[in-house]
Design a protein around this ligand. Structure first.
Ligand code: IPM
Ligand code: MG
Length: 353
């Protein structure tokens, strides 16, 4: 298995280094994996003048899976839009056709106190958000900033074709089948035509999955319900922009955004795996970041691309163990637990493995 390793910017290199340590343990145990690194985001711009250098895209295309850290940093915010780090991330998602983004939100019982919500609201939480990742207002044309009637206007296009909705619907129903068989489709069909079509296609696809209970919710209500009573949800399917926002909200239910991995899959289960958090420039280079979301992303790589569930479980159990041991990076630290650095957390997971 070839893994393209793309550390990116900010805390990206630190957290990815911990995930690589985990992969090296697996390799020492006999896993046939090859790893090769390449720059992306601001690092891509620095190295090759492009947030997604050709060589990086080529490596990612040739790989079975991609492990990504994070992209972005204040030093790149003034670059022309196509040169900004985020564009590199959006382009690789689009180029590799990674249309199904899986973002689980799971609460480790020991971290209930680290959530900003009451423990009884979040304990036992196990939620999966399936976010469409290559369409919507993120990619719709036309888009731009121009002068109309003597003033500047900014515009984007929210657009979904029925085939785009259908393919992510099938992924989401498939996942719901393996979980609690409850799927909630989130949209804004009371206002947007794009959402009206989304909802119609969901209802059509539901006919293929009679065992799954499909429900529909407007995104504003879904935002409220996620905070009010998150355990009512099992699997959520939603578009790109709503999924972006709701998955950040859902991350806080689990204590810290530093805990949440993600998988972005194409139709052949080739995937890119990344923590859902960003590059955290404020703590970059200080060995403070939480590497667990990235390590858990490696577990998702084993689960979804390599279809090696035993190894996925092994990695997840190692993470559970270090949490149970009371080790905490700053973001999940609470009174009475032991504060550790990013690399110490990585070492602890390796030891637990
Ligand atoms: C995410 C991020 C990205 C997104 C940014 C960095 C472009 O917020 O993966 O959720 O909006 O998709
Ligand atoms: Mg986001």
């Amino acid at each position: 298995m070839k893994i393209a390793v793309l550390p990116g910017d900010g805390i990206g290199p630190e957290i990815v280094a911990q995930a690589v340590k985990v992969l090296e343990v697996l390799r020492a145990d006999g896993a046939k994996i090859e790893m090769e690194s390449a720059p992306i985001g601001g690092a891509g711009y620095d190295a090759a003048g492009d947030p997604l250098p050709d060589a990086t895209l080529k490596l990612a295309r040739a790989a079975d899976a991609v492990l990504l850290g994070a992209v972005g940093g204040p030093q790149y915010d003034t670059l022309d839009r196509p040169l900004r780090p985020e564009r590199g991330l959006l382009r690789i998602r689009k180029e590799l056709n990674l249309f199904a983004n899986l973002r689980p939100a799971l609460l480790y019982p020991e971290l209930a106190g680290a959530s900003s919500l009451k423990p009884e609201v979040v304990s036992g939480l196990d939620l999966m958000i399936v976010r469409e990742l290559t369409g919507d207002v993120y990619f719709g044309q036309p888009r731009g900033i121009e002068v109309r009637n003597g003033e500047r206007v900014g515009f984007n296009t929210m657009l979904y074709s029925e085939s785009e909705v259908r393919r992510v619907a099938h992924v989401a129903f498939g996942i719901a089948m393996k979980r609690g068989r409850k799927l909630c489709s989130v949209e804004k069909a009371n206002v947007l035509e794009c959402s009206e079509l989304w909802k119609e296609v969901m209802i059509e696809v539901a006919k293929d999955y009679p065992e799954v209970a499909l429900s529909h919710m407007y995104v504003d209500n879904a935002a409220m319900q996620l905070i009010r009573a998150p355990k009512q949800f099992d699997t959520i399917v939603t578009g790109n922009i709503f999924g972006d926002i709701l998955s950040d909200a859902a991350s806080m239910l689990s204590g810290s955004i530093g805990m949440l991995p993600s998988a972005s899959l194409d139709e052949h289960n080739k995937g890119m795996y990344e923590p859902i958090h960003g590059s955290a420039p404020d703590i970059a280079g200080r060995n403070l970041a939480n590497p667990l979301a990235t390590i858990l992303s490696v577990a998702m790589m084993y689960r979804y691309t390599f279809a090696d569930l035993a190894t996925a479980d092994r990695i997840e159990n190692a993470v559970k163990k270090v949490i149970a041991q009371g080790l905490r990076t700053g973001d999940i630290w609470t009174e009475g637990t032991q504060k550790v650095s990013c690399s110490e957390m990585g070492d602890a997971v390796v030891a637990a493995l």
